[in-house]
Design a protein around this ligand. Structure first.
Ligand code: F6P
Length: 364
């Protein structure tokens, strides 16, 4: 009997993140086991638009990619599909763009489209779903700020980068008896700073969820100095906001295209610390080092399992759902639930409480 081959599409959208290739490996391998054909669209949703760009993915083409950072399909967070314009603010994708994407989907006779992306890209996938496309999501971000999943792949790799950097910075800060300020990524969530800071031995951690006072952080550093502790390590999330101040952003020629770029708070904190403590202070912005490089073992495993889980959702016809990680199991949740708002650090939660218990200052 002739069995029609199901064809599914896959794409990676938004900022890249270690573990994307592991997801692709998981998707293609699990799809091939089921006899599905996979088309990988290039540069995120852009690949669905004219001129349509994709490549056929088979187990051979993804056989040695799981350990590699970045994405073999390419991605963008600035294209014609930008759906996220600020914290929790979503833009409607123009109808003609959605129609073009649907024409491609239909023209290629796709059964489903697996969209690997952050909250902005997942909101886009819902708009495609409403156009009649069968969509399955895979949550992706180093920021770990997506609701309905306990973790996203890429986060552990970013945290590991912060920890490696702090290990290096501690030795030079101590030798020179300096205050060291390290700015991390994470957008409007403090997870990377919190986890990286705790594991890397930060003395103060400043996060968006807890407005901080320069004076309080300075007093903390001075007290340490008076006790003979020569250096103080301050980790500040790029989205951290002084209680009497505002979000630090970067001027960009591309302003208006996609989300505003965050940055500059590390330098500001360093300036204010030096002024208030008279102790020599330096700052380091870790930037895209946190997003680059190969994924950790944890991210390779989570990525692979997310990929397999996404194909399972396609198999079960659970469209409009994304894979999620809860209690060590991969399951599925409605995408709409996951993108309703971002998942931020609970300021009164146990993690922050434990950090305070070991003397970490949050500047509040
Ligand atoms: O969302 C992931 C992230 O790395 C954020 O932590 C950061 O603010 C942003 O992307 C940087 O984006 P871009 O690569 O466009 O500068």
């Amino acid at each position: 009997m002739f069995v029609a081959l199901k064809r599914i599409g896959v794409l990676t959208s938004g900022g890249d993140c270690p573990g994307l290739n592991a997801v692709l490996h998981g998707v293609v391998s699990a799809a091939s086991t089921r006899g599905f054909e996979v088309l990988g669209f290039l540069d995120g949703y852009e690949g669905l638009l004219n001129p349509v760009r994709y490549q056929r993915l088979d187990p051979v083409s993804v056989s040695h990619i799981s350990h590699l950072g970045g994405t073999i399909l390419g991605t963008t967070n600035r294209g014609r599909f930008v759906a996220k314009v600020g914290a929790g603010k979503k833009a409607e994708i123009p109808r003609e763009i959605l129609h073009q994407a649907r024409d491609t989907y239909r023209g290629l006779n796709l059964h489903a489209l697996i969209c690997i992306g952050g909250d902005g890209s997942l909101s886009t996938s819902l708009q495609l779903q409403k156009m009649g496309m069968n969509v399955v999501g895979v949550p992706k971000t180093i920021d770990n700020d997506i609701l309905a999943t306990a973790s996203t792949f890429g986060f552990d790799s970013a945290v590991t980068c912060v920890v490696d950097s702090l290990d290096r910075l501690h030795t030079t800060a101590r030798s020179h008896k300096r205050i060291m300020v390290v700015e991390t990524m994470g957008r409007h969530a403090g997870w990377i700073a919190l986890h990286g800071g705790l594991a890397g031995g930060a003395d103060a951690i400043l996060i968006p969820e807890i407005p901080f006072h320069f004076d309080k952080v300075a007093r903390f550093a001075k007290e340490r100095a008076s006790l003979g502790i020569a250096s103080t390590m301050i980790v500040v999330a790029e989205g951290a906001i002084p209680a009497k101040g505002h979000l630090s952003t970067v001027k960009s020629a591309l302003r208006g295209k996609g989300e505003v770029r965050l940055g500059g708070i590390g330098e500001l904190v360093a300036e204010e610390m030096e002024k208030r403590t008279q102790q020599e202070t330096r700052h380091v912005v870790l930037g895209h080092l946190q997003r680059g490089g190969n994924p950790t073992a944890l991210d390779r495993i989570l990525g692979t399992r997310f990929g397999v889980g996404a194909v399972e959702l396609v198999g079960k016809g659970k469209f409009g759902h994304m894979v999620s990680y809860q209690n060590y199991e991969i399951g599925g949740v409605p995408i709409a639930e996951a993108v309703a708002r971002i998942r931020t650090v609970p300021p009164k939660g146990q993690f922050v409480h434990h950090a305070r218990e070991i003397g970490i200052c949050f500047g509040d």
